[in-house]
Write a protein that binds this ligand. Structure first.
Ligand code: FES
Length: 152
């Protein structure tokens, strides 16, 4: 039977009823209407579904929504404001950090969490730290450049 659930999403308490087997990804997209978070593989391989749970990057397809009652979730809709893009969003535009754009929300959420993690400045360091996010267009060098620009 569906269970009631409250998630703190992008600073707002959102309520829904979900089957206990619902992933956080499906909960966000199908129950809460937050379709900025993308579904690529649905089994932890691609990173398209990356969100933050209590500030840490997580593949939303790999966790059950019901396990995160009361947790703080940040999605791509929670970055930036209607007036201004987040600096990483600006950098992805400036450096062409995408082609088709399908992986971009996950790339940016992963990169945003990376700003609070130890990571060296070299291309190889950033590529390693971002290795959970696959880009089928192969825009990696521009993605790395955008992240390096923001990390400074
Ligand atoms: Fe979650 Fe691919 S959709 S890692």
């Amino acid at each position: 039977a569906p269970i009631p659930l409250t998630l703190g999403v992008n600073g707002e308490d959102l309520h829904c009823e979900v089957d206990p087997r619902t992933t956080l990804l499906d909960c966000l997209r199908d129950h809460l209407g937050l379709t900025g978070t993308k579904k690529g593989c649905d089994h932890g391989q691609c990173g398209a579904c990356t969100v933050h749970i209590n500030g840490r990057r997580t593949n939303a397809c790999l966790v059950l929504a019901a396990c995160h009652q009361g947790d703080e979730i940040t999605t791509i809709e929670g970055l930036g404001t209607p007036e201004a893009l987040h600096p990483l969003q600006e950098a992805f535009v400036e450096y062409d950090g995408y082609q088709c754009g399908y992986c971009t929300a996950g790339q940016i959420m992963s990169a945003e969490a990376l700003m609070r993690e130890p990571c060296g400045p070299a291309d190889a360091d950033v590529r390693e730290a971002m290795s959970g996010n696959i880009c089928r267009c192969g825009a990696y060098s521009n993605i790395v450049a955008a992240i390096q620009h923001v990390r400074g």
